[in-house]
Ligand binder design. Structure first.
Ligand code: PG9
Length: 635
């Protein structure tokens, strides 16, 4: 009946005095869901229970299980629990697995979000650095054991996949794989956080990762980056003094992982013992493993490609594959049409997931047809297509059919394949720690402030490795060398090496080397690319480690020294009409900490007076040439 004015407010359903918030309310998904979502606490061997979200497609039987172990909130990673379909519930990167009927599992690592136990940042394997009975090896083993015994819809075969930290936990499982673990896909895994993944690169500390540590370790659940009322991280870190001063002034030394890192600025037993690459190579598993590496990964540029090389060297090439794509960090979980201005042919993330990962998993988890992956699939960022190789690199110093070709610094800031002829030649700049060269145009924001809500992070951060380098090429403390306009293409396929000979007036110092593809001044098909200085490989090297990463030594002031380091992998074509450029500078601030340029025992604790300008002389003579060694190939 319709309400009339003769009815009381109660009769009309308007009565007050009842609680408008019911004791329990459950949202109803119209039409129901095509999956079930179970949240279970899986017991580990030490009694600690790990929070695990299991998404099972309705009607599943004989389905493979795909597991990700995460420090980033399993319940959020497993998507929207109120979606009607599993496809829209799970993250985009999971779409192909949903379509293929996989059971998808996300689990919180111990001590994070819903899991019990203590959280240890990148918990090392049991042994000297981890005296407990458990690590990610045992936790993966116990989880897989439970899953295959408790999921009647499964076929008893499990794969692990994950990017970055999640790639690290996936790779850890390989050290003692459960018999049901049939395939692993570590994506941009953090394997050697000292050499080229998150915490350091060749000994230079990555300041901006401190925000990540804050976010991850201030509490068990979601955290935030270090609160600050300074918008520009460049200004904030510069004003703070040393990185140690920054840490102490903000109380970050009370977060145990921060002082732990600061106590180990060199590549000592602490870092070597955590280097998963050497652990994996010492005990290679026979589990089929597909390693994924972004060519422009602003966070983890080292793990996957070095693991693949080390396993090849250990005689395990036959069960290890490598994919390197045109991606920033974890971009394989989103769309892959472009990284910054570098556009790809189609959605390369989808191509990877659909055409490489899924056939690989289907082969090993479903007994599907052979995936027929090339041993190495790498995107050609010049010709814009995938290329398939049986080995990698194509050109290298030792053991390849083709060697590396030096591209020399020459008189007049010219780069050429001709060796210098002058017996004395050099260029000098002043590196002043009070005015460090920024790695991105200022203001520089905290890269992790948007973490969790989007994989891309904030755009300047996720694409800084392909940022137009014109923003620094006019600085007096950046040396810039260029070839003439290329009249034929130069193809590079491998790992370039920076081979710098230099003199400094200081007793320590960093060297940054960038290999850059300079576009023609006018690009009619894409006008915004006119003159673009596109870095294709760059890195930083801390001079005190030139002879040993474990035992740093002061640089003898005013004496020539050699600094030699590998740059990230390239598969690129410098096209006719382009130029090749090399830039050399001393800082990439505030991403990397400033080198005081005075040798001190621990740079985290450098004093204000230690930070001194130094004259940096880059030698380019016939006896002391400086060059980048390029993996040039004909075809
Ligand atoms: N690169 C992130 C990370 C930071 C520190 C340690 C491990 C991983 C990540 O994306 O997970």
């Amino acid at each position: 009946a319709t309400a009339t004015s003769a009815q009381s407010p109660k009769q009309q359903g308007q009565s007050i005095g009842v609680n408008d918030i019911p004791k329990k309310f459950t949202d109803v998904v119209p039409g129901g869901q095509d999956f079930t979502r179970r949240v279970v606490m899986i017991p580990m061997r030490d009694g600690v229970k790990l929070n695990t979200v299991i998404m099972v497609p309705k009607g599943a039987h004989d389905a493979p299980i795909l597991l990700t172990r995460t420090p980033y909130n399993a319940e959020e990673r497993a998507g929207n629990s109120l979606s009607a379909s599993l496809l829209t519930a799970l993250p985009l990167g999971d779409a192909v697995f949903v379509e293929a009927g996989y059971i998808r599992v996300y689990q919180d690592v111990r001590g994070k979000y819903g899991s019990e136990g203590d959280y240890v940042m990148m918990r090392p394997v049991r042994g000297a650095l981890n005296p407990t009975r458990v690590d990610h090896v045992t936790d993966a083993w116990d989880t897989i054991d439970w899953l295959v015994k408790h999921l009647p819809e499964s076929n008893g075969r499990v794969g692990m996949i994950g990017s970055s930290y999640e790639g690290f936990t996936a790779a850890m499982a390989l050290l003692d794989p459960h018999p049901a673990l049939k395939a692993v896909v570590p994506e941009s895994p953090v394997l050697d956080a000292y050499m080229g993944d998150d915490w350091f690169h060749y000994g230079a500390f990555r300041n901006l990762m401190l925000g990540y540590v804050h976010m991850q370790t201030v509490q068990q659940g979601p955290g935030v980056v270090t609160p600050s009322d300074v918008y520009d991280k460049y200004e904030e870190f510069l004003r703070a003094g040393s990185t140690g001063d920054y840490v102490r002034s903000r109380g970050l030394d009370k977060l145990p992982f921060v002082p732990r890192m600061m106590a180990h600025p060199a590549y000592d037993a602490f870092w070597q013992g955590q280097d998963l690459i050497r652990l994996l190579a010492a005990r290679p598993s026979s589990v089929p493993t597909l390693w994924e590496q972004g060519l422009f990964d602003q966070e983890d540029m080292w793990g996957a490609n070095h693991a693949w090389l080390a396993l090849k060297a250990a005689g395990h090439a036959s069960n290890n594959w490598l994919v390197m794509g045109p991606w920033s960090h974890s971009q394989v979980n989103g769309t892959g049409y472009a990284v910054g201005p570098l556009k790809s042919e189609g959605d390369t993330s989808k191509q990877y997931n659909r055409d490489m990962v899924l056939p690989f998993l289907n082969e090993h988890l479903r007994g599907g047809p052979p995936a027929q992956l090339a041993r190495v699939s790498i995107y050609n960022t010049g010709d814009n297509h995938w290329e398939r190789f049986q080995d990698w690199p194509a050109a290298c110093e030792h053991g390849c059919a083709t060697g590396l070709k030096p591209l020399y610094l020459n008189h007049g800031f010219i780069l050429s394949f001709d060796a210098p002829s002058e017996s004395q030649a050099s260029d000098t700049y002043v590196s002043d720690p009070a005015k460090p060269v920024p790695f991105l145009p200022r203001p520089v924001l905290d890269p992790f402030f948007a973490f969790g809500s989007t994989y891309a992070g904030y755009i300047p951060w996720s694409t800084w490795l392909v940022h137009d380098q014109r923003f620094v090429d006019g600085r007096p403390d950046v040396l810039v060398y260029e070839t003439s306009v290329l009249t034929s293409p130069v193809r590079v396929r491998g790992t370039p090496v920076a081979d710098v000979r230099a003199i400094t007036t200081g007793t320590d110092g960093d060297f940054v080397v960038k290999i850059i593809d300079v576009y023609p001044p006018n690009v009619p098909s894409d006008p915004s690319m006119g003159g673009y200085e596109m870095p294709i490989a760059l890195d930083i090297f801390r001079g005190r480690y030139r002879d040993s990463f474990e035992h740093p030594t002061a640089i003898p002031a005013n004496e020539a020294q050699r600094y030699r380091f590998e740059l990230p992998n390239v598969n690129h074509v410098f096209k006719s009409g382009h130029r090749i450029m090399v830039q050399i500078q001393s800082t990439l601030f505030p991403l990397y900490d400033r080198n005081p340029q005075t040798f001190v025992p621990n740079i985290f604790d450098a004093q204000a007076a230690d930070y001194r300008p130094a004259n940096i002389t880059i030698l380019r003579s016939s006896l002391q040439p400086t060059a980048v060694l390029l993996p040039v190939v004909d075809q």
